[in-house]
Design a protein around this ligand. Structure first.
Ligand code: ZN
Length: 134
């Protein structure tokens, strides 16, 4: 079951500059910065009450974030939904005809197991499912 929007992911070219920008915008500093080497990204997370925003900067030119920015420029990259059981949701969505970008949950930022749905099947919106790791 999807429970709520866990965070919104924004692709940025320069995460230090964007950390400053969003710190001014939200009037709060990021609570966490983290590199996810398998994804080729550096991330930082902001929390505004219960709303989280993730900034993502590519660490290599062939990471998905670098390709996204090259094609579409900076901007909203994905919307992440929290799920209570990622394996069950992945199975349900696959049966509904959605294309999963990874067949097994993988380690994401912020201590989450994640799975992405192909944006071609979701009106161009990259959807991330995430579940807190226990
Ligand atoms: Zn995310």
């Amino acid at each position: 079951m999807l429970t709520n929007v866990e965070h919104i992911g924004i692709a940025v070219k320069d995460i230090l500059a964007s950390n400053n920008l969003f710190t001014k915008l939200f009037n709060v500093a990021p609570y966490k910065s983290e590199s996810v080497e398998s994804e080729g990204v550096t991330t930082s997370f902001f929390k505004i009450n219960s709303t989280k925003v993730e900034l993502l900067e590519a660490t290599s030119p062939d990471s998905a974030i670098a390709k996204f920015i090259e094609k579409r420029g900076e901007g909203i990259h994905h919307i992440a939904f929290e799920v209570d059981n990622i394996l069950l949701e992945m199975q349900r969505l696959e049966e509904e005809g959605f294309v999963l970008l990874n067949k097994e949950p993988k380690q994401g930022a912020d201590n989450k197991l994640v799975c992405f749905l192909h944006p071609k099947g979701t009106n161009g919106v990259l959807i991330e499912l995430c579940q807190e790791r226990v």
